[in-house]
Design a protein around this ligand. Structure first.
Ligand SMILES: NC(=O)N[C@@H](O)C(=O)O
Length: 296
């Protein structure tokens, strides 16, 4: 099932929808949910609400997806956004060559997952504008990523049990201010400027994805292809990431784990190709839809 959080032109309170990629339609299912429930509450109570939505949503009125404004499926600031750096071999190499991470230009693979987080205030919708933040950064970059959405929370989750805790998947653009990332050592500031976490369009339940490792993560800038890699190229796979993060941190339903970005980001070019106002970044992951952000 593809869940969305949307609002309409009136700017009314966000609604929960079930989207159909094929027909390009969305059904407002809020009336089937407890009052005030959002996608997060649906995920929290999926064993009850999932079957209700599956049975009753198809009989509700449909409207075109492009007639509504899609917000991030789990709008801010509800849950953690964990991220993983340097998790595709070719990206580790381009990152190392650029010298952004370490002045010695090391291309060594990480021995353990490089986990950081984005401030939840950075989360924005999948078609919202991304702010260039002129005066704060002059080195804006894009990072297409598959993101995992946690369903059942927990601490000390084993690799073997990891997928039992995964509710589903979405897309995250881990937008990065490279100069801040470099200058401040810790990545939080460089990764967390307002609007620098476009998420969605859909929260897709895991039962829709036959083999997550086969999904292809892709990005383009102004129509020019930049990134393309299968999820099976991850250095640390999803079970490893869930086990590592949850070893001492309680994961909660709705927490998002962005799994890392493939090669082809702006700093991978020589000279780097940073984003500028007017640029349009498109990101897709097989089966999870496509997001489109304009830099302003
Ligand atoms: N998310 C992710 O892959 N991050 C990095 O490795 C990076 O900042 O380039």
């Amino acid at each position: 099932m593809k869940l969305v959080t949307f609002t309409d032109a009136t700017g009314a309170a966000p609604r929960v929808g079930v989207a159909d990629d094929g027909t390009g339609e969305v059904r407002d299912v809020s009336e089937l949910l407890p009052a005030g429930a959002g996608v997060l509450e649906v995920i929290e109570d999926w064993s009850t609400l999932g079957p209700v939505l599956a049975e009753r949503a198809p009989s509700l009125a449909a409207r075109p997806l492009d007639s509504v404004r899609l917000l991030a499926p789990i709008p801010r600031p509800r849950r953690n956004v964990f991220c993983v750096g340097k998790n595709y071999r070719a990206h580790v190499a381009e990152f190392g060559r650029s010298g952004y991470d370490r002045p010695d230009r090391s291309e060594d693979l990480p021995e353990h997952p490089v986990v950081f987080s984005k401030a939840t205030t950075a989360v924005t919708g999948p078609f919202d504008d991304v702010l260039a933040h002129a005066g704060v950064t002059s080195e804006l970059d894009y990072e297409a990523e598959l993101a995992v959405i946690i369903g059942r929370g927990g601490r000390g989750i084993s690799r073997e049990a990891a997928f039992e805790h995964v509710w589903g998947y979405t897309i995250v653009d881990d937008v990065t201010a490279r100069d801040l990332q470099r200058r401040h050592s810790q990545w939080l500031l460089g990764k967390s400027l307002d609007t620098h976490c476009p998420m969605g369009p859909y929260a897709v339940s895991a039962d829709e994805i036959a083999d997550v490792s086969a999904l292809q993560v892709e990005s383009s800038v102004n129509g020019e292809p930049r990134q393309s890699a299968p999820v099976k190229d991850l250095i640390f796979d999803i079970p490893e990431l869930v086990a590592t993060i949850s070893a001492g941190i309680t994961l909660e339903p709705g927490d998002v784990i962005a799994t890392g970005t493939p090669a082809g980001v702006g700093i991978g070019f020589d000279p780097p190709r940073f984003l500028a106002p007017g640029d349009v970044v498109e990101i897709s992951v097989t089966g999870l839809g496509r997001q489109r952000s304009r830099i302003v």
